[in-house]
Design a protein around this ligand. Structure first.
Ligand code: ATP
Ligand code: MG
Length: 415
């Protein structure tokens, strides 16, 4: 793609500067008043143009990471593969400031830059805004807003694509997905979440190149799968992962079982539908939950294998499940704990005696384990009556707690 630069004034692009966080103006002002260029770029510009509230704001500049750090008292360089600077406004609030990346072609023979499989492994050579524009993934993510003049710089016809709701890769898919296979997951997420129409080649190439996803670090994949599951369009995202042959490379053990047993597919769909509802209602979702869901069929299969050998030990089965999966997606220890609790409590939901009820409801992860059990009951008739009982139990506990609080309030008023 070789396009000429288009520049749009505020009246042409229609972005209201009020939609940009005031702290972004102050970072941009500092850079510009010190002789550097500064642009707001990426997902935030895309989201504003699509009428959505941006999640965060990214700034691109020609200042090097070291120069950025010199300008801001609270700034930290992070990342190895891509050096980024976090400029802190307060302890919790920071913005990502990145230096323009240079042209890929010039360094395609550089062994430090690309792996033998053509993946970009490290990219810290800096360039100009026009080079940076062609290093981004999709045209809609490559729009640069100059806060000083209000002019939007577009090297890739991104604004036209946003208006037409088109998802288009900047480079040919055969190169783009090879350089960074995570772009296939990003394509799926943007298509569902932003209601965009991918170009035919952007879409069809995924099926052919899906195996490349296994070249990506398992730690990075953990985050990217969560982003799809927690996008508010997780059900759609899951179906696309399967249709594009990505799921089989991400969860190979589960996938084998899934192909033989449609019930689990229903279970996944219902779990993701439930997650979508929670996200769209602004409720909390635990990252462990969806991994507990996706790995459940494999855990059950291993549990059966172990018990056939009379060596069933839930911890051993759990460790084996996570160990095998970690070659593909690495789940951090902290989240593994919750998965273990959710799975290990499942059999307790079949016991309705009083002591067990008290034992189970006192668990901090009781609610997540119950939700899991409830979704299982929607695809397994035998569990339904237990799930209904547990629903009633929780209702009673809630109303008892409510009465307790009311009596407490009354007593306080009397005093
Ligand atoms: P969201 O924040 O909703 O995930 P985003 O597009 O802002 O979407 P970020 O990960 O915040 O995603 O990245 C910011 C910008 O960096 C993107 O808009 C894009 O221009 C660029 N970018 C991110 N990931 C890639 C990638 N894998 N390849 C090329 N460019 C990328
Ligand atoms: Mg972003």
């Amino acid at each position: 793609m070789k396009k000429k630069l288009e520049q749009y004034s505020i009246s042409d692009h229609g972005i209201s500067l009020k939609d940009i966080d005031p702290d972004v103006f102050s970072i941009s002002d500092s850079l510009i008043s010190n002789g550097y260029q500064a642009f707001v770029v990426g997902g935030c510009i895309r989201d504003i143009l699509l009428g959505k509230k941006p999640k965060d704001f990214d700034i691109a500049t020609d200042a090097s990471p070291q120069e950025i750090c010199k300008l801001f008292s609270r700034a930290k360089i992070i990342g190895r593969r891509f050096k980024i600077v976090h400029v802190y406004i307060s302890e919790e609030k920071y913005f990502e400031v990145t230096t323009f990346r240079s042209d890929v072609k010039k360094r395609s023979n550089d062994k430090k830059f690309k792996t033998t499989k053509g993946m970009i492994k490290r990219d810290n050579s800096f360039g100009s805004i026009s080079q940076d524009a062609f290093r981004r993934d999709f045209t809609i993510n490559s729009l640069y807003l100059d806060l000083d003049s209000g002019i939007l710089h577009d090297y890739v016809n991104g604004l036209e694509d946003i208006k037409a709701k088109k998802l288009r890769l900047i480079k040919k898919p055969s190169i783009s997905y090879q350089e960074d296979p995570v772009r296939m997951l990003r394509a799926i997420r943007f298509e569902s979440k932003l209601n965009l129409t991918p170009t035919t080649e952007c879409k069809e190439s995924i099926n052919k190149m899906s195996h490349l996803i296994n070249n990506v670090s398992p730690y990075r994949l953990f985050d990217e799968i969560l982003k799809i599951a927690h996008s508010g369009k997780g059900e759609e995202g899951y179906k696309k992962l399967r249709n594009h042959n990505l799921f089989e490379f991400l969860f190979p053990f589960t996938n084998k079982i899934l192909e033989k047993n449609e019930i689990y597919n229903q279970f996944f769909i219902l779990a993701l539908r439930n997650t979508d509802l929670r996200i769209n209602d602004g409720l909390h979702v635990n990252p462990s939950f969806i991994y507990a869901v996706f790995l459940w069929p494999y855990f059950l299969e291993l549990e059966k294998k172990y018990s056939d050998r009379n060596t069933s030990n839930i911890e051993e089965v759990f460790n084996q499940t996570l160990k095998m999966q970690s070659k593909y997606i690495a789940i951090p220890d902290f989240f593994q704990q919750t998965i273990f609790t959710i799975w290990s409590l499942q059999s307790s939901f079949l016991n309705l005696n009083r002591r067990n009820i008290q034992y189970l409801t006192n668990f901090s992860k009781f609610r997540a384990a119950y939700d899991f059990f409830h979704i299982r009951s929607l695809v397994d008739e035998d569990l339904k009556r237990y799930a209904d009982e547990w629903f009633e139990i929780q209702k009673n506990i809630k109303s008892k707690n409510l009465n307790k609080n009311k009596n407490y309030d009354k007593r306080r008023k009397r005093k």
